[in-house]
Ligand binder design. Structure first.
Ligand SMILES: [Zn+2]
Ligand SMILES: [Zn+2]
Length: 350
């Protein structure tokens, strides 16, 4: 028998060819001469199969991986290895040189292939949502029957920014798509409801207030066959702030702390601290602000009584001396607050 390629007589023929002609005619791999890959123009996501995924590999590595996946080794080839090089780039088309090496019938074989890879740069679903201003939840920051203070808005902005920096590392949808200042307060639009909720809880924990949530039906997703909701979260800061004065049941107190769990007041009659739950909020009345505090002078003092001047009328007022105020001396100035016609001494801060 003769080799159909070289005519040599061989003991053993493979598909009509001698050893070396059979090896030389083997292509090692089959690979399409044109390939396409899709990656996101805005982030590091790539489109693989039927889904998008985030990746840490470079575009070159992604292309090399795609080429390796699309290369089908020949059934007669063994130990096939690929070397992939970029030889030219024209716009979004990369000319790649693939050098395949392997063995056929134990004989080393090398083959070269040129493949044009087209890179389609599009927006991944998450980036297109971001670009279109997509949001799942709106946080409405408000204050009860008063405008928000600039410092409160600043504090909320800072907390939100810090948390988004952290959350966005794990959740691409943890972004602020819009921040709108309106007369009533500030509306924050978040890409992810889960993140919006976490942020709202931290805001409440640090700033206090009443947190509420209500879904709004936005329409219907026909392809998924379900209703589309967006969630409105409301955080209403209290009417009062630290330093203001409130009444609660028969107590008159100055607010010394506000946090997510409670409001702490110093009772102005006993100078003891009282913690009040947010559930009691509707029973609290703001009776004076921290700006209403006045300064007056102590005019006389006995072991049990103290006399000072009404800061408005300069009339002397006698009151029982609480032991906590025993350090105050005649002639010294003290802070006082008038609530419902009665003057209270605010103990000096130690
Ligand atoms: Zn031959
Ligand atoms: Zn993207």
């Amino acid at each position: 028998m003769f080799c159909i390629e070289c005519g040599k007589e061989d003991k053993e023929l493979f598909k009509g060819r001698c050893h070396s002609c059979f090896a030389a005619s083997n292509k090692l791999i089959t690979i399409p001469s044109e390939l396409e890959v899709e990656s996101c123009a805005h982030c590091s996501s790539i489109h693989v199969g039927d889904k998008w995924m985030e990746t840490t590999i470079s575009e070159e590595d992604f292309i090399a991986q795609t080429i390796a996946q699309e290369s089908v080794p020949d059934e007669d080839a063994e130990d096939v290895a690929l070397e992939i090089d970029l030889i030219n780039q024209k716009g979004s088309i990369l000319e790649m040189m693939i050098t395949a090496s392997g063995k056929v019938l134990g004989i080393p074989v090398r083959k070269e292939f040129k493949v044009n890879v087209k890179i389609n740069r599009n927006a991944c679903p998450e980036c297109s949502k971001y670009a279109s201003g997509y949001y799942e939840a709106v946080l409405q920051l408000r204050a009860d029957t008063r405008p928000l203070e600039a410092e409160e808005i600043q504090a909320a902005d800072d907390i939100i920014k810090r948390l988004l920096d952290k959350l966005s590392k794990k959740n691409r949808m943890a972004y602020l798509s819009q921040r709108i200042v309106i007369k009533e307060g500030v509306d924050y639009y978040f890409g992810s409801y889960k993140s919006a909720r976490k942020i709202s809880n931290v805001l409440k924990e640090q700033m206090g207030g009443m947190l509420g949530e209500s879904p709004r039906l936005m329409g219907r997703d026909k392809s998924a066959g379900k209703d589309l909701y967006r969630i409105w979260i409301s955080l209403r800061l209290p009417i009062f702030q630290k330093g203001d004065f409130i009444t609660h049941e028969d107590h008159v107190g100055q607010i010394i702390d506000i946090n997510g769990r409670k409001i702490v007041i110093m009772d102005l009659e006993t100078l003891e601290n009282i913690s009040i739950s947010w559930r009691e909020y509707s029973n609290l009345e703001k009776v004076a602000g921290k700006e209403d505090v006045k300064i007056t002078t102590v005019t006389s003092k006995t072991p049990t009584e103290i006399q000072l001047l009404n800061p408005e009328t300069y009339q002397p007022i006698d009151m029982d001396l609480l032991s906590e105020l025993a350090d105050i001396n005649i002639g010294e100035e003290v802070e006082v607050i008038e609530i419902k016609g009665k003057i209270y001494i605010i103990p000096p801060k130690k």
